[in-house]
Design a protein around this ligand. Structure first.
Ligand code: UDP
Length: 337
């Protein structure tokens, strides 16, 4: 059985990928420092998986702790999620972001190298494409970063290119995520941001359960069909299954890959709000306010490469994304608390 170490395993995408890997027959060792997640996730995973998850509490910036984890488990591959992800916070705390996102990546790869593990799936982001030169973004689109968070992902990508060039035994998947939303269909795990949500869907679901009064729609005058921002939202379980497909690709083909993970469909803020109202039966009051500085008007993925090379495509539509986000939030109005 192939054993996969998941860093950031208790986070939103990590926890869903944990289930998808188990469903695909992989053995999983989860690692997290709970700096932005809750131990309750492990309880939920136990319930869903029917057995106690194998878990190590550690930071990816702690070399000794990583060595101990690699010594205790026979790891075949690593899926590296552990990172901070708030754009606004990244501008205020650049060193914390570089230490965790870049330092943590380097530390994880060094630990892998010390233990002879050279198969890695890396969580990158569509943010590495920067200002669109054309749309949809394909993998050949030029790269640039628009903020500190984006630079941590761009630098991370480059560090891994240098690593691969130095030693072709490394097999790496660079996965550029678009906008993950939704939750596991059980409603037992989902997205539980700390404090005021930065992202659209958790804000909408918190309005729906009455934790927030109304949604602020950031900008109503973009050059888009209804004036609001357009993004490529994909179901987090589709994204999780994308990791399984990428890992299989690395293991079966012995080659690296850089690919988008998105649907190829753009959805505006107001379209998402309407779909959510339909799925939940709850009204979502909103006010159109100023644009959020640094936001792009619109972007979405060209998902062709993932389809052709990984045999992966998204299977869950916007209604399913909204229904599953709502199932999670309505059953867990305060998240994991
Ligand atoms: N958005 C919004 N209100 C919010 C949060 C986000 O109108 O409270 C908009 C945002 O301007 C963008 C879209 O929703 O057009 C997605 O934003 P999100 O922060 O979720 O993702 P990202 O900006 O990283 O694509």
């Amino acid at each position: 059985m192939t054993t996969v170490l998941l860093t950031g395993a208790a986070g939103y995408i990590g926890s869903h990928t944990w289930l998808a890997l188990q469903a695909a027959g992989f053995s999983v060792v989860g690692l997290d420092d709970f700096s932005n997640s809750s131990p309750e996730v492990l309880e939920r995973l136990r319930e869903l998986g029917g057995r106690r998850p194998v878990f190590e509490r550690a930071s990816v910036t702690d070399a000794a702790a990583l060595d101990a984890v690699f010594a205790r488990h026979r790891i075949d591959a690593v899926v590296h999620f552990a990172a901070f992800k708030a754009v606004g916070e990244s501008a205020a705390q650049p060193l914390a972001y570089y230490a965790n996102n870049v330092g943590g990546l380097v530390g994880t790869c060094q630990a892998m190298q010390r233990h002879g593990v050279k198969t890695l799936v890396f969580s990158s982001s569509a943010t590495v494409y920067g200002e669109p030169k054309y749309l949809p973004y394909d993998e050949a689109h030029p790269l640039s970063a628009m903020n500190v968070y984006g630079r941590t992902k761009l630098f991370g990508e480059q560090i891994l290119r240098d690593l691969e060039a130095s030693d072709p035994a490394w097999k790496i998947a660079w996965l550029r995520y678009f906008n993950p939303v939704g939750a596991h269909e059980s409603g037992r795990i989902g997205e539980d941001p700390r404090g005021v949500p930065n992202n659209l869907m958790p804000y909408v679901t918190q309005v729906a359960v009455g934790r927030r009064e109304f949604l602020q729609v950031f900008g109503g005058d973009y050059d888009t069909p209804d004036g609001t921002g357009v993004r490529d939202y994909l179901h987090v379980m589709d994204l999780a299954e994308g990791h399984v497909a990428a890992l299989r690709y690395l293991l079966d083909h012995g080659a690296s890959i850089t690919t988008n993970l998105g649907t190829g469909q753009g959805t505006s803020v107001l379209q998402l709000v309407q779909a959510f109202e339909r799925a939940s039966g709850r009204p979502i009051p909103y006010r159109i306010v100023d644009r959020r500085p640094g936001d792009l008007p619109a972007f979405w993925a060209d998902p062709t490469l993932a389809r052709e090379r990984l045999g992966w495509r998204t299977r869950r539509d916007l209604d399913a994304m909204c229904a599953d986000s709502w199932r999670w939030q309505s059953a867990n109005p305060q998240g994991y608390a």
